[in-house]
Write a protein that binds this ligand. Structure first.
Ligand code: ADE
Ligand code: ZN
Length: 339
């Protein structure tokens, strides 16, 4: 025990990512490369200038830049390259399973076809499985600032790809766009066999988490930070062992927390909430999985045991088969014992 540093421990432990927007992995270098080959303009003259713009006071300020960045994605190959770059990055970090979001409306609203988007992403995920050994699930997220009709249209376009899409989600501007706005779309999605998840309680109130549970029948809450405002809700999340996919560096960059030292993860763990660590939009928030684990470990003085617990929580919260979960958790426990 205690033979390796926390950095090495985090690097080596097999990890899962459960909250990741593929459009949020668009690194400036790749953005400029793809913009150039597609003859698309970027509002910034260089990678450095673009990176300087990555300073946000809230979710909306980030979303404005995030959607602008996605504008240069046109061809199936662009979506492939984006996804492939992400998979290679997290492979280096020993991430072995990913459950990732894509936002089709960000692209279909620009007249890029649904097929182009999903075919590029899916082909890269398949290659990642074969060549890097990373297993995956794909989640189609509805943009909640758009209306119900647009979400229904998007769901319709997803039906031929049911085998490739495990779940539907809900993201984008949370305040003023409660889960109840999409109750009927989510009911239809469940009827069609999709699992459901939703961003709730990132900037929005704990009532939105209740709505995600009661109206959208979600199997995970994305973020969920604000649950701690409501004791009854915490009790419910614990009883259900409802996973929260929490994103520390995202929370810091979007001012959901002012300092990582105040991040609610330890309180959530203490209360027995099934909390997990994720990167959200790593190209914009300064870190992928290892950086998220490392920064909270330093700020909150997490032990190797606590880090191991967070990793086990992620495997539990994933949609891997029970057999695969058991195998992975045993592997993680053995790693902890050895290190
Ligand atoms: N889309 C990409 N990242 C998001 C986040 N953190 N919250 C809501 N929508 C998002
Ligand atoms: Zn998110």
């Amino acid at each position: 025990m205690n033979t390796i540093s926390i950095e090495q421990f985090i690097q080596g432990i097999p990890k899962v990512e459960l909250h990741l927007h593929i459009e949020g992995t668009f690194e400036p270098e790749l953005m400029f490369e793809i913009a150039k080959r597609n003859n698309k303009k970027i509002a910034y003259t260089s990678v450095d200038e673009l990176k300087k713009a990555y300073s946000f006071n809230n979710l909306q300020e980030f979303l404005d830049i995030y959607y602008a960045g996605a504008n240069v994605l046109i061809q199936e190959q662009d979506f492939y390259d984006l996804t492939w770059a992400y998979l290679n990055k997290v492979h280096e970090q020993n991430v072995v399973h990913v459950e990732i979001f894509f936002d089709p409306q960000t692209h279909t609203d620009r007249d890029i076809s649904f097929d182009t988007v999903i075919k590029g992403i899916h082909r890269a995920l398949e290659d990642g499985k074969k060549q890097l050994g990373i297993s995956f699930k794909l989640i189609m997220s509805f943009l909640r600032h758009l209306d119900e009709t647009s979400a229904f249209n998007t769901l319709q376009q997803a039906l031929p790809y049911k085998d490739w899409i495990s779940a539907v989600g809900l993201d984008s501007s949370e305040l003023g766009n409660p889960p109840s706005k999409f109750e009927r779309v989510f009911a239809k999605a469940r009827e069609e066999g999709f699992l459901t998840v939703a961003h709730a309680g990132e900037e929005g109130p704990s009532e939105y988490i209740w709505e995600a549970l009661d109206l959208l029948k979600v199997t995970r809450i994305d973020h969920g930070n604000r649950c701690l405002d409501d004791t009854k809700l915490v009790e419910k999340l614990v009883n259900l062992q409802m996973p929260l996919t929490v994103c520390p560096l995202s929370n810091l960059e979007l001012k959901v927390v002012t300092d990582l030292k105040d991040h609610p993860i330890p309180e959530m763990m203490e209360k027995n909430i099934l909390v997990t660590v994720n990167s959200d939009d790593p190209a914009y928030f300064g870190g992928y999985m290892n950086e998220n684990y490392l920064e909270i470990s330093k700020a909150l003085h997490l032990s190797k045991q606590q880090i191991t617990q967070l990793v086990i929580n992620s495997f539990k919260a994933s949609w891997l088969s029970d057999q695969d979960k058991e195998k992975r958790i045993a592997q993680v426990e053995a790693y902890f014992q050895k290190n």
